[in-house]
Design a protein around this ligand. Sequence first.
Ligand code: BGC
Length: 391
Amino acid sequence: MTRFPSGFLWGVATGAHQTEGGNVASDWWHRENRPGTDVAERCGDAVDSYHRWPEDLDLAAGAGFTDYRFGVEWSRIEPADGHVSPAAVAHYRRVVEGAVARGLRPMATLHHFTLPLWFAAGGGWLRPDASDRFLRYVDALAPVLDAGVAYVETINEPNIVAVFPKLAASGGLARGLPVPDEATAEAMIAVHRATVARLRANHPGLRVGWGVSVQDYQAEPGAEAALEAYAEPRDQMFLRASAGDDFVGVQTYTGARVLADGSVAGNRATERTQTGWEFTPAALGGAVRRVARVLPDVPIVVTENGVATADDTRRIVYTTGALESLRAAMDDGADVRGYFHWSLLDNWEWGHWGPTFGLVAVDRATFARLPKPSLAWLGSLAPTRTPGEGA
Ligand code: BGC
């Protein structure tokens, strides 16, 4: 099996809203509970990780992982405009301390699709004071970050966030990724840059970046220019905005072929995942190679990769292929420092409970965690690490 260098980050990724449950002050809670909601299945209690995080950490560390990506929920830290919850800050500080105590290096995501309702209702990312409000939240997180967070992903998939305003109108992701909304994209880039500067000033040891959704777009013969035109607004402009960061997070699940007329077609895989995406393990290596071309001077961390399947043997097949393609990209010069699998747990997939990405199943009535064989398998591949060693 493919091996990775000593010190390579070997982690599992989770997100706040998809696992915690009861994020009652968030825009998504409001959306899923309003009459006539467009949310097919409620997140509700999610998988109760807000209370069961010690079990989650035990599972990750027990399997052999050395790194843990988790989300901090802004709507818990600042449930009302200008009012920080000391109890929520203390909660996330305990999570970080718990990770460190188990030998897990924490990576914190500060924004993963959900917003405090008050911020969203006031215009969200397009508010003129978006950066100032986000920095106020970032400042409130000092006790959490200083408890041992090693890496910060400021924003999860800004290029998907910038697509949200257009998704409903376009007929959904199954019809290809719409061009991200330009104003939202620019606003998010500004928030990211301001956050990197603030974190560098106040927490010099932190490694800061953001996580971009990068799928493996390949040009058909003669479609090289079309590929550039397709990828530039959809992910490359967000990758370029990561110049100077400590790392760029790459989040890859599948790929597509770009044709000379600028349209996209499937990549000819016959198997589809539960989310309808083509089962293409080697998409990871392809995506990473393109990132290394677009942004050669910034180290890459794969902050999400995984597959929605009910068949855990297919998860192992997928992940084996993904890791082989990643290792081959590294052998060809891509500077990759780590891999986080999405996800530790089966969790709420943005309106649906059907797609299962987890290395661990969850009984949604009792919240019992039921490890799948892939958990021990992937954990056992962890590269060696000496204490304190980082990327
Ligand atoms: C998101 C996750 C999501 C995963 C699978 C990523 O776009 O960051 O929240 O669950 O993909 O769809």
